[in-house]
Write a protein that binds this ligand. Structure first.
Ligand code: NAI
Length: 342
C-alpha cells in the first residue's frame, strides 16, 4: 500500500540508495521547544529513529534535564542541549530537519487563533535564526495557529532571501492520524490499513477530512459523514477539555510529528514512495497555502497530489468552499503580522 506511512521505518527493497543509507544513522534533527509537552515525547520518539545521528534539543529553559534523560537511551543518536537565544545558532548549524513545537498551547474555551499574539512572535524569532543558520533544512511548523504561523515563516524566509516553498511544512499529520483512528473504529476496519486524506488547514472547519477518499474504499451514511467530520475537526478541543487547563494534545501530537519527521528522513534518504498530508504553499486552490497530500523527496515537496480534490462529494465540495474565507483570513493575518513587525 504505497500511501501508508508509519513511525517504524520501512525498507523499500527496490530503492538501492535507501538500503545503503538506512543502516547508518546520518541525519541531524533539531527540536525547538524541546522541553515542552510536545517537545519531550517528540524527542523520545525521534531518539528511537535509526536514521538520526544527532538530536539537538533547544528551549528557553529546562532542556538540560530532558537531554540528560534522553541521552541514556541506547539508540544511535547523540543528544545535545541548547538553552536560550545565545545557543540557538549552534543548535541549528548543519541540521537536516528543524521541528518547531515552541509556543503556548490552548486552554479550555480558546481557539487556535487566540494563541496568535504570543506564538506569532516566537515563530518569527525562531525562523529568523533558521534562515541565518540552516536555510537548506526541512522546516516543520507545529506551533499554532498553523494556518498563520506557516505564512509567517514564509514571509520571514522571503525577507531573508532564503525561502524555498518546497521545504516549509505545516504539520497537519495529527488530523490524518485522528481521522484514520476514528474511521477505523467507526467502520470496524483494521487500523493499519486505513488512510484518510485531510485537506484545507489545521483549525476548526478548515480541517476537511475527505472521507469519500478513504482507503480502503468505504461508504458512509450522511449521518456518519457529518459525525466523523465534526469529531475530526473538534478532536483537539476534545483533548483540551479533557485535560481541563493542563494543556492540549501532546502525546498524540508527538506521535504524529515523529511520523512526519520519519517520513521526511526517508525522503531525504532517497525513498521514492513518501506521501504525507501537510500544509504547504500550494496552487491546488486559489489560496496560497493549503493542506493536501504531497509527495516528498530529497528536495522537499516533489508534487502536490490534486486527485484527492477531484470527484469529491457534495458535502465535501460545500465544506471546501465554506473553509476558504477563514483560511484566507488566517493566511493574511500571518502575512500582515510580519509586515507590521519589520
Ligand atoms: P508547552 O507549553 O507544553 O511547551 C512549549 C515549549 O515551548 C515550552 O517548553 C517553552 O519553554 C517553549 N518555548 C516558549 N517560547 C520559546 C522560544 N522563544 N524558543 C524556544 N522554545 C520556546 O506547549 P505544547 O503543548 O508543547 O504545545 C506547543 C505548541 O504546539 C502550541 O502552540 C500548540 O498549540 C501547538 N500544537 C500543535 C498541534 C498541531 O497539530 N500542529 C497539536 C497540538 C499542539
Amino acid at each position: 500500500a504505497p500511501l501508508r506511512a508509519s513511525v517504524t521505518t520501512r525498507v523499500v527493497p527496490k530503492a538501492k540508495s535507501v538500503a545503503q543509507v538506512l543502516p547508518e544513522a546520518s541525519y541531524k534533527v533539531a527540536v525547538l521547544g524541546a522541553a515542552g509537552g510536545i517537545g519531550q515525547p517528540l524527542g523520545l520518539l525521534i531518539k528511537m529513529s535509526p536514521l538520526v545521528s544527532e538530536l539537538r534539543l533547544y528551549d528557553i529553559a529546562n532542556v538540560k534535564g530532558v537531554a540528560a534523560d534522553l541521552s541514556h537511551c541506547n539508540t544511535p543518536s547523540q543528544v545535545m542541549d541548547f538553552t536560550g537565544p545565545a545557543e540557538l545558532a549552534n543548535c541549528l548549524k548543519g541540521v537536516d530537519v528543524v521541528v518547531i513545537p515552541a509556543g503556548v498551547p490552548r486552554k479550555p474555551g480558546m481557539t487556535r487563533d487566540d494563541l496568535f499574539n504570543i506564538n506569532a512572535g516566537i515563530v518569527k524569532s525562531l525562523i529568523e535564526a533558521v534562515a541565518d543558520n540552516c536555510p537548506e533544512a526541512f522546516i516543520h511548523i507545529i506551533s499554532n495557529p498553523v494556518n498563520s504561523t506557516v505564512p509567517i515563516a514564509a514571509e520571514i524566509l522571503k525577507q531573508k532571501g532564503v525561502y524555498n516553498p518546497k521545504k516549509l511544512f505545516g504539520v497537519s499529520t495529527l488530523d490524518v492520524v485522528r481521522a484514520n483512528t476514528f474511521v477505523a473504529q467507526k467502520k470496524d476496519l483494521k487500523l493499519i490499513d486505513v488512510d484518510v486524506p485531510v485537506v484545507g488547514g489545521h483549525a476548526g472547519i478548515t480541517i476537511l477530512p475527505l472521507l469519500s477518499k478513504t482507503r480502503p474504499s468505504v461508504t458512509f451514511t450522511d449521518e456518519e459523514t457529518e459525525e466523523l467530520t465534526k469529531r475530526i475537526q473538534n478532536a483537539g478541543t476534545e483533548v483540551v477539555e479533557a485535560k481541563a487547563g493542563a494543556g492540549s494534545a501532546t502525546l498524540s501530537m508527538a506521535y504524529a510529528a515523529a511520523r512526519f519527521v520519519e517520513s521526511s528522513l526517508r525522503a531525504l534518504a532517497g525513498d521514492p514512495d513518501v506521501y504525507e498530508c501537510t500544509y504547504v504553499q500550494s496552487e491546488l486552490t486559489e489560496l496560497p497555502f493549503f493542506a493536501s497530500r504531497v509527495k516528498i523527496g530529497k528536495n522537499g515537496v516533489e508534487s502536490i497530489i490534486s486527485s484527492d480534490l477531484e470527484g469529491v462529494t457534495d458535502y465535501e465540495a460545500k465544506a471546501l468552499e465554506a473553509l476558504k474565507p477563514e483560511l484566507k483570513a488566517s493566511i493574511e493575518k500571518g502575512i500582515e503580522f510580519v509586515h507590521k513587525h519589520q
